[in-house]
Design a protein around this ligand. Structure first.
Ligand code: ADP
Ligand code: NA
Length: 329
C-alpha cells in the first residue's frame, strides 16, 4: 500500500538520440502528468561500470540534465537528480548484494551478453543489476518505465525486495514495469539494429542537438532498399519502414496515412526522405534551441541537480534508516 511512485534512470551518455527521446524521455514527460511522484535519475554510477573519461563524464551529466529539461521534464514536479549525489544508492546496493546469489546474476541475459565482450569483465558490470534494484527500492518506487531489455532486472528487483521482506520484515513494496506504447527506432545505417549510442558511426543516429543540415544529411544517407515506393513493411523493408516509424513518432500520423500521402504525391523514397527531414527538423528545433540555452547556463543546471539531490536524499535517508533498523545495523 505504498503510494504510486515512478522511478527511472538514464545513463549520462551526452546528448540523447531520437530513439531515446521517443522511446523513453517523451514518455517520462507524460508520466509527470499521471503521477504525483516521479524520480528521474542520471545514473552516473552505472556509467562507470565501463571506463569513462572524467572530464567527458562531467560534461555528459550536464548535457543530459539540459536535454531532459529541454524535453519537458519539470524539475518542480519531478525529482531530477544525479545518482552519485545520493550515497544511499551504493549503501543499499551493498546490502541487497548480500542477499543475492552469484547464480542469480550469472543467469541474467545482459551479463552473458556483455561479459563476452571483455577478457576480464569488471565486478561493476556483474553487479550493476543489484545497484539498479537499489535505485528503485531506495524510493519504494512502484512503477518503473523501462524497455523490454530491462525486464529481467525488474524481476531481480522484485526478488530481492521479497527476500529482504521475508528475512527482516516488510520494508519494500512490489514494483511493476510500466511500458508506454513507445516506438523502437532503428539505426539509419543498419536498419536491422536499434538506433544506439554505442554504434560507432555517427550517421546512424540523430541527436537532439543536430543542426537542420546534419539531420537532412543523415536522413538522406539513411540505408533503404532498391524499391522506390514508400511502403510500410518493417520485416522485409526495415530501412524505409524505420523512416516511416520516425515520421509517425514525430507527427502522430499512422503508417497508412503516410504511405497513402506518398503514393498520391508520387514520392519515391528519395523525395520522401526530404519530407521526413522537414518533420524531424521542425519538431527538434525548439528542443535543440532550449538545450543550447541551458548548456550555456551551468549554474542553473547545478541548481536543479542540487535541489533534486536534497529531495531525493530525504526519501533515501528514510528508507536506509528502516533498512538498518530491520537488519540490526
Ligand atoms: P543507448 O542504446 O542509446 O545507449 P540506452 O540503452 O541508454 O540507449 O537507453 C536509454 C533509454 O532509451 C531506454 O529506456 C531505452 O529503452 C530507450 N531507447 C534506447 N534506444 C532506443 C531506440 N532505438 N528506440 C526506442 N527507444 C530507445
Ligand atoms: Na546502451
Amino acid at each position: 500500500d505504498c503510494p504510486p511512485r515512478v522511478f527511472s534512470g538514464i545513463q549520462p551518455t551526452g546528448v540523447p538520440h531520437i530513439g531515446n527521446y521517443v522511446g523513453a524521455i517523451r514518455n517520462w514527460v507524460e508520466l509527470q502528468k499521471k503521477y504525483d511522484s516521479v524520480l528521474l535519475c542520471i545514473v552516473d554510477l552505472h556509467s562507470i561500470t565501463v571506463p569513462q573519461d572524467p572530464q567527458q563524464l562531467r560534461q555528459n551529466i550536464f548535457d543530459m540534465t539540459a536535454c531532459l529539461l529541454a524535453c519537458g521534464i519539470n524539475p518542480e514536479r519531478s525529482i531530477l537528480f544525479q545518482q552519485s549525489h545520493v550515497a544511499e544508492h551504493a549503501e543499499l546496493a551493498w546490502t541487497l548484494g548480500c542477499l543475492c546469489t552469484l547464480p542469480r546474476l550469472q543467469h541474467l541475459p545482459q551479463w552473458r551478453e556483455k561479459s563476452g565482450k571483455y577478457k576480464e569483465p569488471g565486478l561493476g558490470l556483474f553487479t550493476y543489476p543489484v545497484l539498479q534494484a537499489a535505485d528503485i527500492l531506495l524510493y519504494k518506487a512502484t512503477d518503473v518505465p523501462v524497455g523490454e531489455d530491462q525486464i529481467h532486472h525488474i524481476e531481480l528487483t522484485r526478488h530481492l525486495a521479497k527476500s529482504f521482506n521475508r528475512n527482516y520484515g516488510v520494508v519494500f513494496p512490489s514494483c511493476k514495469v510500466v511500458m508506454g506504447d513507445v516506438p523502437k527506432i532503428r539505426s539509419l545505417r543498419n536498419p536491422m539494429a536499434k538506433m544506439s549510442k554505442s554504434e560507432p558511426n555517427p550517421l546512424s543516429r540523430i541527436e537532439l542537438t543536430d543542426s537542420p543540415d546534419d539531420i537532412a544529411e543523415k536522413i538522406k544517407k539513411a540505408v533503404t532498399d532498391s524499391t522506390s515506393e514508400v511502403t510500410y513493411a518493417p520485416d522485409t523493408r526495415p530501412g524505409v519502414s524505420n523512416l516511416i516509424d520516425i515520421h509517425m513518432a514525430f507527427s502522430g500520423l499512422f503508417a497508412e496515412e503516410i504511405c497513402e500521402h506518398a503514393y498520391l504525391k508520387a514520392l519515391d523514397t528519395g523525395l520522401y526522405k526530404q519530407e521526413v527531414s522537414e518533420v524531424v527538423i521542425e519538431k527538434l528545433r525548439p528542443i535543440s534551441d532550449t538545450i543550447r540555452r541551458l548548456q550555456a547556463d551551468r549554474s542553473y543546471l547545478e541548481k536543479v541537480l542540487k535541489s533534486g539531490q536534497e529531495r531525493a536524499k530525504t526519501l533515501a535517508g528514510a528508507t536506509m534508516c528502516e533498512v538498518k533498523q530491520a537488519m540490526g545495523l
